[in-house]
Design a protein around this ligand. Structure first.
Ligand code: GLA
Length: 731
């Protein structure tokens, strides 16, 4: 049993992998948080509640005029707004009386086998015998709000999933002004906050800074999880590194507006609250209706950030990604975007495909520009019909020719968008997302479709299904190239328009669910101007995501390193592109471009027909390396060794197979120094096993490699890199 209830003390304890999580039912039915951290074995934990109070300025609940208990200072499980707790709340419900003062009292709970699912939302899943669910029913007697706090424990993982389902069991509608997915109170604020920020072509940079006495928010209001912030944060002990120290990860399975708030108070405690961003959100719930929050995934590690990441990688790879591709080695693809941009036709594509086939590449992906009259980014989004001027005879003959070369065929869509210059816009201007009475802002010359509308979803389902069933298409790249603005669906009454952002995301998920179910063999790859929607929810529909439009290998070191805090290498799509790099102008060697891309779902993004004979030989070598190493990279354990955020000269990471019989080490020198002293201590190996370093022929034991390390000191050029394969040798 991983979920216990101590009936006498009314304490719940959830044991997840190496962690425990505990809370209890308090004196008047409030749910009080007790503990989160390394695994413990008691349930007599009530003594851990805060007995501190700030005197008469901390209100006491009306049920008992007890100055020793105040929600202002108590550690809570799902803190509510406006009834004595002044910290960031998880729940605010505005009732018929117009007030958002909210109360929740425990009513009952159930513990059952299996993991709960969330209606219309992606969530971690597990077989009946792999997980348990705790469902605690709370209620607000005045509004009739029933709140089911859901907890999922997959015992093999040091992870706890959480979500809330709110039901209106009262007589009148109420408005949910805030409904977080999870909150955690910590008895200390002695943490660093780690999160991922970025921009287009510079996603998921690591930021780490100590908590201070304030409220800090990592959030998006862009209608997408966004390039700017990722729906992830970690609180880590001040001494935590990659291998030691405590790390509490908080990741939200959501692709829309989110907020992760941390607050530290004068009592030196810290609260973390995460969920849908309450800004621009309000949801009217009529009697009998349900509202479900997205899922939060909490991970505890006492092996630093590295331990936290490995838990997320395994959990997300095996219990969030779905479909037949989730654990398969992904095909090596060549994408024509940086090769041709919009300027292609059947002939050009076939020339690339022919070279690809000769070099052992497995799939051709036709990117933007194949439909409508799209010869630049000013038109045709929405018109998902083949441009027969470019592709004479249509898609089917092209796909057949590509297949005949032995290659699979993939295609690009940007379904959620509409160009003002498109037949779709001329037929359905009302499908554009826009607040009534306003002009829609324009981004990359395009508007956004109102994905909350059923007719829009149906149109997209039909038109995309038509393309996918009209030819042998093995892969879809699902792009999204601008953020939402004027986001107020014309279909909703004015008082409900703040539901638009969330309804948009629900509409997107519904469409993705229909399409991925209808085309189970198609490999979907997420994309949003690179990695602008690289979030756990998208991984539920697409097991890999285009990580960034920045394909420069040196920039990619930082982007992929940051991405790896949460996301498994199998999800990190990475391509070798041409030099000078199209985004930075930097020239790096073909080897380094390959070595860096080899850390993810591997491919090419250049005109193969323009490669020299020598470069073509390197492609063949990389293809062979990928076939040899992909199982290790995609299924192995990932260890970050040297952070490019801390060392401007070096960056290193490695993958170790589950049985520790094999490892692949990548060492990159973004910026060299003369006489470069560089020892690299490895991680994750079996200390007693002997490993052959295939680059030197030297055999060393795991303990030597992890303590003394590799001696990589020598002269390097800027951007040079080394790939080292280690293989166990049996005595
Ligand atoms: C986005 C993607 C690119 C490419 C272009 C096409 O920027 O990230 O990979 O598909 O759109 O317009």
């Amino acid at each position: 049993m991983s979920i216990l209830f101590d009936t006498e003390r009314k304490v719940f304890r959830l044991d997840a992998g190496s962690s425990s999580y505990a809370f209890c039912v308090g004196p008047w039915g409030q749910l009080l948080h007790l503990y989160y951290g390394a695994r413990i074995s008691d349930t007599d934990l009530g003594y851990l509640q805060s007995a501190l109070n700030t005197g008469s300025f901390s209100p006491n609940p009306p049920e008992g005029d007890d100055s020793a208990f105040s929600l202002d200072t108590a550690f809570q499980e799902y803190p509510v707004n406006g009834t004595g707790d002044y910290r960031v709340a998880a729940l605010a419900i505005r009732g018929e009386n117009g007030s958002s003062a909210t109360t929740l009292r425990y009513r009952s709970h159930t513990i059952r086998r299996g993991k709960y699912a969330l209606d219309g939302l992606p969530a971690v899943y597990a077989a009946e015998d792999e997980a348990e669910t705790l469902d605690v029913l709370m209620e607000d007697p005045l509004t009739g709000a029933e709140v089911h706090l859901l907890y999922g424990v997959l015992d093999r993982y040091s992870a706890i999933t959480r979500a809330a389902v709110i039901r209106n069991s009262g007589q009148s509608p109420f408005v949910i002004e805030k409904a977080a997915s999870a909150a955690v109170d910590f008895p200390t604020m002695d943490f660093d906050l780690v999160h991922l920020y970025g921009q287009w072509a510079g996603e998921r940079q690591i930021c780490r800074a100590p908590l201070t006495h304030d409220i800090r928010t990592v959030a998006s209001k862009r209608g997408a999880s966004s390039h700017a912030h990722n729906p992830f944060a970690a609180l880590v002990s001040r001494n935590a590194g990659e291998t030691s120290g405590e790390a509490y990860g908080a990741s939200l399975v959501y692709s829309g507006n989110f907020a992760i708030e941390t607050e530290c108070d004068s009592l030196e405690t810290a609260r973390l609250v995460m969920g849908i961003n309450p800004i621009d959100f309000a949801w009217t719930l009529n009697p009998g209706e349900l509202f479900t929050t997205p899922e939060a995934v909490l991970v505890y590690s006492d092996e630093g950030l590295g331990g936290m990441s490995r838990t997320y990688h395994k959990l997300y790879r095996s219990h969030l990604c779905r479909g037949e591709w989730k654990e398969k080695i992904r095909p090596i693809l060549v994408n024509n975007w940086e090769a041709t941009y919009f300027d292609f036709n059947e002939e050009k594509l076939l020339a690339i495909a022919k070279d690809a086939a000769d070099l052992g590449i497995e799939m051709l992906v036709m990117d933007d520009g194949w439909f409508g009259k799209r010869n630049d980014d000013r038109s045709s989004l929405g018109d998902w019909f083949v441009n027969e001027e470019k592709l004479k005879g249509g898609l089917k003959p092209l796909v057949e020719k590509v297949n005949a070369l032995g290659l699979k065929f993939g295609i690009w869509f940007e379904p959620e968008m509409i160009s003002p210059d498109s037949n779709l816009y001329r037929a359905h201007p009302e499908w554009t997302l826009c607040a009534p009475g306003r002009e829609p802002s324009i981004g990359r010359h395009q508007y956004v479709l109102d994905m909350s509308r059923k007719d829009v979803q149906d149109y997209l389902f039909d038109v995309i299904s038509g393309v996918l069933s009209g030819a042998n298409i093995a892969y879809v790249k699902w792009d999204f190239n601008r953020n939402l603005s004027e986001a107020a669906s014309a279909e909703l009454p004015p008082e409900r328009r703040k539901e638009t952002f969330h309804r948009y995301v629900l509409g997107l998920y519904s469409l993705l669910e229909r399409l991925t179910s209808a085309f189970p063999h198609v490999l979907f790859e997420g994309c949003s101007g690179g990695g602008g929607r690289f979030d756990p929810a998208m991984l539920y529909y697409s097991p890999q995501i285009w990580t960034s439009d920045d394909t420069d290998a040196i920039e990619r070191c930082r982007i992929q390193y940051g991405t790896s805090l949460v996301y498994p290498p199998s999800s990190i799509s990475a391509h070798v592109s041409a030099v000078p790099n199209h985004q930075t102008g930097r020239v790096t060697s073909f080897e380094t471009r390959g070595n860096v891309a080899m850390a993810g779902a591997f491919g090419y993004e250049l005109d193969l027909t323009k490669l020299t004979a020598e470069e073509k030989e390197l492609v063949k070598k990389q293809v062979a390396q990928y076939h040899a190493y992909a199982p290790l990279v995609q299924d192995g354990d990932f260890y970050r060794l040297i952070s490019p955020f801390e060392d401007e000269n070096r960056c290193a990471w490695m993958s170790v197979s589950a049985d520790k019989s094999e490892a692949l080490v990548t060492f990159v020198v973004p910026r060299t120094r003369v006489n470069f002293n560089s020892y690299l201590r490895l991680a994750g190996l079996d200390p007693r096993k002997k490993y052959l370093d295939e680059s030197t022929g030297r055999v060393l034991s795991g303990d030597t490699l992890m303590n003394a390390g590799l001696n990589l000191s020598r002269s390097y050029r800027d951007g040079e890199s080394v790939l080292i394969h280690l293989k166990e040798v049996k005595a």
